[in-house]
Design a protein around this ligand. Structure first.
Ligand code: NIG
Ligand code: FE
Length: 390
């Protein structure tokens, strides 16, 4: 098998858990890839010869970002809603129904090309693993085809039929009990073959704790693992439910009390923070410092969606996390790489240690700190997925 040597790496972020520093950073480093995996890491002076050499001239290399939360399958545009919020209106999750109408009206080809565009946008910004949810179809046909589209781009697909209760055919409010029956019955049946995960928006105005339990249990019976949207718009039972059930991750975590924080720490459930949402909704940012100081595992993801946050950029989210949520640049990079991997229960991505998938990004900068230090600058100069350049 042929080998590729990446050398003269100014700073190599390995996320090696046995290292003394959080990022397992190696200065003046080199890395060897063989068969799509990392075969060796160390100091450049100690590297052996390889078939191909990529000289990085002092640039930093990081594991590719793992974006563990996105809603890329949709049609339509809600820019006017964003503009209204910036002029003082509050975020209303009811806008989801606007996107549902546009998504149902779109063809499979239109949905696919839109997802392709967004995934390409993410890749250019260093994301090498992405989770994609359904949740803008909200009918059996439209949830199943949303997931079939998502599956073309990632293994990490999530069935989010329980996003909101859609309106009835006459436009009247839908019946929540009947909708939960649909989600846990025919819709789940149609969606499960394309999904790895099942998610519920557990929030006042969406689904309550009992409904979330019902949906997650039905998903589990179909082999789908659970994750939750919770405590985004106010305090609620979702975070503690996720911990009680031992879910891999619970996402948003903006409104937490002390018992929520203790439960997260004790369960080891990853708290996924989505600072682009607070940027785009003008709500208060989650307190990442409090979570980290309590020993909670934290991830940062984009939540890329047309309503609450339409960014595909993890570098932007990292900069926000550092500036607005009390994270150090190292903590934010860790959360957007190995944090996202844990949130997806993956140990093959998010790190660059021997055996890791060779998913990596090159920064046109000497260290990871520049991601927050130079916000808004397109620093990602190269991306390799499974050892192959984009
Ligand atoms: O994760 N919280 C629920 N769902 C999305 C927003 C959906 C929308 O506004 O379209 C989120 O923020
Ligand atoms: Fe979301």
């Amino acid at each position: 098998m042929s080998t590729t040597l990446f050398t003269h790496i100014g700073e190599l972020v390995t996320n090696d858990p046995t290292a003394d520093d959080l990022l397992g950073a190696i200065p003046d480093a080199a890395l060897v890839v063989e068969g799509g995996r990392v075969a060796w890491v160390g100091r450049a002076v100690d590297a052996a010869a390889a078939d191909e050499v990529v000289d990085l001239g002092g640039r930093a290399v990081l594991p590719g970002f793992v974006d563990s939360h996105s809603h890329l399958v949709f049609a339509g545009d809600r820019a006017p809603e964003f503009a209204a919020r910036m002029a003082g209106e509050a975020y209303a999750a009811g806008g989801i129904r606007t996107t549902v109408a546009a998504t149902r009206a779109a063809s499979d080809e239109q949905l696919t090309s839109h997802v392709a565009r967004l995934v390409a946008e993410m890749r250019r910004q260093g994301t090498t693993t992405v989770e994609i949810k359904s949740g803008y179809g909200l009918s059996t046909r439209d949830e199943a085809r949303s997931l079939a589209v998502a599956r073309q781009f990632t293994e990490e697909t999530t069935f989010l039929g329980a996003h909101v209760v859609p309106a009835g055919p006459d436009g009247a409010p839908g019946d929540p009990a009947a909708y939960v029956d649909l989600v846990t019955g025919p819709m789940l049946e149609a969606a499960a073959p394309y999904a790895r995960w099942i998610d519920v928006f557990c929030e006042r105005g969406a689904f309550d704790e009992d409904q979330a339990r019902t949906v997650l249990a039905a998903g589990a019976a179909h082999g789908l693992r659970g994750r939750l949207h919770a405590n985004q718009l106010g305090p609620g039972p979702g975070v503690r439910l996720a911990c009680e059930l031992g879910l891999a991750a619970v996402d948003h975590c903006t409104y937490l009390d002390d018992a929520d924080v203790d439960a997260l720490r004790d369960a080891g459930t990853v708290a996924t923070l989505l600072p682009g949402v607070e940027f785009s909704t003008k709500q208060p940012y989650p307190d990442a410092r409090r979570l980290l100081d309590a020993g909670v595992r934290v991830a940062i993801a984009s939540d890329c969606n047309p309503g609450s946050c339409f960014t595909s950029s993890l570098p932007f989210c990292i900069a926000l996390a550092v500036r607005e949520m009390g994270m150090t640049p190292a903590e934010a990079v860790h959360a957007a790489t190995v944090g996202g991997a844990r949130a997806l229960d993956r140990d093959d991505v998010g790190a660059l240690v021997v055996g890791s998938r060779a998913d990596l990004l090159v920064l046109d900068a000497p260290s990871h700190v520049h991601l927050a230090y130079r916000p808004g600058v397109p620093l990602v100069a190269g991306v390799w997925v499974g050892g192959r350049p984009l």
